[in-house]
Ligand binder design. Structure first.
Ligand code: HEC
Ligand code: HEC
Ligand code: HEC
Ligand code: HEC
Ligand code: HEC
Length: 386
């Protein structure tokens, strides 16, 4: 065989492989998802706590993750004010937050206030939503030696079908990337995480979403709500601090060094970079405060984009502080604050103020308190003033 033939054949192979992968992905994530069928084993085995008896680690990690809390007070508080039979309206939310057909059914029963043996919808993005189709288990290629297909029936749940889609970044696109033509503001899709990643060096290096968010196949999916994860994603340096006569100047550099997409990728979080002077009790002297916000700011009704100051992968921004020294100031402080749910905090406040939550009022109140509690600082530096 000559070289040209080999190259042409391998190109056809790569192309063909790509097609199969696309087909498998499309089939796996067609929405609404088909029911698991009437297999007698099915109804109980969809419960994550059933998987837990054997997959202890995955269950423990998943239980701490936001995927397991994807049907929290904030979303259920909105669903309870929708008509019980408006299944299309429900799908617009639960196709990402609780995508199984059996969860859609359990949601309708609970909205009709019928007693049901399951609360499957409340459990969020459960194991089976990613791993089970028509009562059959799917997973990534085995980390050691994949057992022979012939031996599969010796395993619990009749074995599993191994598939490379689980290791592909596109697996996550089903819910973390809008399709072309879906909702966009200022020419940019509202969710664009996969495309941001694809344009970054991480895609070229083969560093997938799973590599950062599921290292060693861990089921934690840590993100903007986790201080350590956020610190891994950015480098913050105090490059300069000067106190000359009565003038204070400082420079703080913030660089997206390890986030595989924009920092942050969504319109929900907000990062506030601030410098301020404090008095002898460490109390902030408000008139000395200067701020810079990193976020994609949109109108509350999502009608327009107001500003986009997010940092693309490897992008850097400099915060420059310059002010007169306050007569009572004894220290100067630089602080970087993360508000993971900034958009929703405001959304819940407005919903409560307008009285637009009826049955969901208490849940929205609860969601507001939770979202206010999620704030944390990833950088704090204090300079004493002479
Ligand atoms: C009675 C024990 C048992 C229960 C219950 C169970 N599994 Fe498994 N599962 C296994 C065993 C054993 C294997 C093979 C593991 C191995 O060889 O490493 C397996 C394999 C898998 C795999 C394939 C792993 C890979 O390497 O790709 C997935 C995915 C999986 N199970 C998901 C689930 C889910 C989801 C549930 C609940 C709906 C569940 N299992 C319930 C025992 C169980
Ligand atoms: C079926 C839809 C779906 C799929 C598939 C999915 N996610 Fe998610 N993911 C969600 C939803 C919904 C949330 C938000 C949960 C909440 O806070 O209510 C979320 C939250 C997250 C978060 C936490 C974000 C934060 O605010 O801290 C990370 C990280 C994440 N997903 C990564 C991934 C990765 C990586 C994959 C692919 C392996 C993936 N997800 C696949 C729906 C999905
Ligand atoms: C395309 C997938 C997708 C769809 C559709 C979707 N969401 Fe989400 N939702 C997410 C992701 C991803 C997050 C996490 C955002 C983050 O962490 O920055 C989220 C976060 C949230 C949150 C804040 C976190 C929490 O659980 O309190 C609420 C509330 C919410 N969504 C409600 C809804 C409602 C209501 C709908 C339907 C109108 C909906 N979502 C439709 C993917 C989706
Ligand atoms: C958001 C989708 C999603 C959810 C929810 C989810 N998984 Fe997974 N799971 C994955 C992906 C993706 C991989 C492969 C990761 C990789 O290859 O890096 C995986 C891998 C696995 C494996 C193989 C682990 C190994 O070490 O080889 C098992 C077993 C498994 N999952 C079980 C579970 C169980 C049990 C639950 C619920 C407690 C669960 N999964 C929830 C997406 C998910
Ligand atoms: C190089 C590592 C890396 C890769 C690759 C990566 N992420 Fe992230 N991701 C992070 C870090 C660090 C954070 C926390 C900082 C932040 O929120 O921007 C994060 C945050 C998130 C969040 C929280 C929401 C938000 O507004 O930031 C989601 C959702 C998410 N990633 C999904 C994904 C998906 C989906 C992919 C693949 C298309 C992916 N990530 C690829 C490192 C990575």
């Amino acid at each position: 065989m000559n070289w040209l033939k080999i190259i042409v054949l391998s190109l056809i192979w790569v192309e063909g492989y790509g097609d199969i992968l696309q087909q498998e992905l499309q089939q796996h994530w067609q929405r609404p998802l088909a029911s698991q069928g009437q297999s007698p084993k099915t109804q109980t085995s969809l419960e994550p706590k059933n998987c837990a008896t054997c997959h202890v680690t995955q269950f423990k990690d998943w239980s701490q993750s936001l995927h397991s809390r994807a049907m929290g007070a904030g979303i259920i508080g909105q669903l309870v004010d929708m008509p019980a039979t408006a299944t299309k309206q429900h799908q617009a939310c639960i196709r990402c937050h609780a995508p199984l057909q059996e969860q859609a059914v359990s949601l309708v029963l609970s909205l009709q206030q019928q007693n049901s043996s399951t609360n499957l919808h409340e459990q969020g993005l459960i194991c089976a939503a990613c791993h089970m189709r028509e009562s059959k288990m799917y997973g990534p290629p085995h980390r050691n030696k994949q057992p022979d297909v012939a031996d599969m029936d010796k395993f619990p749940h009749d074995g599993w079908q191994s598939s490379t889609i689980f290791q592909d970044a596109q697996f996550c696109s089903a819910c973390h990337q809008f399709k072309p033509g879906e909702y966009a503001l200022n020419g940019k899709l509202l969710e664009n995480t996969y495309e941001e990643w694809k344009a970054s060096r991480y895609a070229k290096e083969g560093k997938t979403c799973q590599a950062c968010h599921m290292p060693n196949r861990q089921h934690l999916w840590r993100g903007i709500h986790d201080p350590d994860m956020v610190k891994q994603g950015v480098e913050i340096k105090n490059l300069d601090f000067k106190q000359l006569y009565n003038n204070i100047t400082a420079k703080l550099s913030i660089k997206n060094t390890g986030t595989g997409h924009y920092f942050p990728t969504y319109v929900t979080p907000r990062i506030i970079v601030e410098g301020y002077q404090a008095d002898k009790d460490g109390k902030i002297l408000l008139e000395t405060k200067q701020q810079y916000t990193i976020s994609r700011k949109v109108a509350m009704n999502l009608s327009k984009e107001i500003a986009d100051t997010r940092l693309a992968p490897d992008e850097q921004v400099m915060f420059n502080y310059q002010a007169k020294r306050h007569p009572e100031a004894l220290s100067f402080i630089l602080n970087v604050q993360v508000e993971p749910n900034a958009f929703y905090t405001k959304f819940y406040q407005i919903t409560l103020k307008n009285n637009s939550a009826k049955k969901g009022k208490e849940l929205i109140q609860q969601a507001l308190e939770q979202s206010q509690k999620s704030v944390f600082s990833i950088y704090f530096k204090q300079h004493s003033l002479r």
